[in-house]
Design a protein around this ligand. Structure first.
Ligand code: SF4
Ligand code: FES
Length: 375
């Protein structure tokens, strides 16, 4: 057996040895944490992915031991393989951080800022990327792109305005199904995800496009607007499925299963099964098995503490008990019939009280019974 050739690469001052042929991105992921550049289009489980979005740009400050010249331009780490002695800068390079901010600005040019109503909010890679590298305002003065609506069938919802054209869903359909019916039609500003013509995506494995989509362009119609991910409790579960690995994450509230997804690793990619195969799941597991009784629950899913999803997730304490509704309990058994607008009802807004004229902070005396202020 031939001996494996190992290359030494230093990323953000941390040196690691990796097999020849490893990409800079994969080497950085082996180091982990902030050293790993963000990736919006590369997906290690999809052959040919990467090289589209430019979020993974890095600076190569030393090409290799044999040729130590730096690379003249920033390179995409998901498509650049390491050389022996290579030195790479990611978060330690001002140039990289500046370029990444520019890439984020471009990605957001046409992306709607509809996170408050988007089902992907809380687990959107573009949201995370904007949080780390985005700016609070836009310099874009033109109208954002709009598209004719396409219906992709009963299970998958397409919001084309959110798509960043990463091609992951196209590779997924190519590699998991026997016949791809959707793709990127047209070019440039007109490029869009669509089918030709108005077909539905109904292959038994096509639901995986939802899991690979880094933004909210492809979402689960059976979960749409039902709940926010951070209010749900992710639980690892499995079933004996004749079609797929049957290893999933259930997104529960009480004993109600709101959503079923494949299990994802720390990079947001499909986790491997114990047999070393990518754990893609079938449509039956994803869309049709929405009863807790359909599954054998293994336990709470580990969620990174940085994720907003972790706020509703208490490892070790999650049962399948529905949270107690306390409104009626603290209101003598009454349920709300009428919701009042606090701005209409609050005395603070009474127009004869001029808060700006009050000396110091207001208190109960400011709003006395006849509502005249004492300032
Ligand atoms: S729909 Fe999602 S996965 Fe497909 S190209 Fe657009 S962003 Fe990528
Ligand atoms: S992740 Fe490398 S270019 Fe998109």
């Amino acid at each position: 057996m031939s001996e494996q050739i190992l290359f030494k690469v230093t990323i953000d001052n941390i040196t690691i040895e990796v097999p020849a042929g490893t990409t800079v991105l994969q080497a950085a992921r082996l180091i982990g944490g902030q050293v790993a550049p963000p990736a919006m289009c590369f997906y290690s489980k999809l052959e040919g992915s990467g090289g589209k979005c430019r979020t993974c740009l890095v600076e190569v400050s030393k090409g290799s031991e044999k040729d130590p010249r730096p690379m003249p331009k920033l390179v995409v780490s998901c498509r650049t393989t390491v050389m022996d002695g290579m030195e790479v800068k990611n978060i330690t390079s001002e140039k990289v951080l500046d370029a990444r901010a520019g890439v984020v600005e471009f990605l957001l040019l046409n992306h709607p800022l509809d996170c408050p109503i988007c089902d992907q909010a809380g687990e959107c890679h573009l949201q995370d990327l904007s949080f780390d590298h985005g700016k609070a305002e836009t310099r874009y003065e033109f109208q954002r792109r709009t598209f004719k609506k396409h219906d992709l069938g009963k299970n998958i919802q397409l919001h084309m305005t959110r798509c960043i054209l990463c091609y992951r869903c196209v590779y997924t359909a190519d590699q998991l199904t026997n016949k791809r019916v959707h793709g990127i039609l047209d070019r440039g500003d007109h490029a869009e995800i669509a089918t030709h013509i108005e077909k539905s995506l109904d292959n038994e494995f096509i639901g995986n496009v939802i899991d690979v989509c880094p933004v909210g362009a492809l979402t689960d119609k059976t979960f749409r607007f039902k709940n926010r991910v951070w209010f749900l409790k992710p639980m690892d579960a499995h079933r004996d499925c004749p079609t797929c690995s049957g290893r999933v994450t259930l997104w529960n509230r009480g004993d109600e299963v709101y959503r079923v997804t494949a299990r994802k690793d720390q990079w947001g990619e499909i986790e491997d099964t114990p047999e070393g195969q990518p754990g893609w799941i079938c449509n039956t597991c994803r869309f049709d098995k929405k009863e807790a009784a359909d599954w054998i629950i293994e336990g709470p899913r580990e969620i990174s503490r940085q994720s907003v999803i972790a706020q509703g997730h208490y490892a070790g304490q999650i049962g399948t008990t529905k949270p107690t509704e306390i409104f009626a309990a603290v209101n003598d058994g009454r349920t709300p019939h009428l919701l009042m607008d606090i701005h209409d009802e609050s005395e603070v807004n009474l127009p004869n009280v001029h808060l700006g004229k009050i000396q110091g902070p207001s208190n109960g005396d400011t709003f006395n019974t006849n509502n005249t202020h004492k300032a």
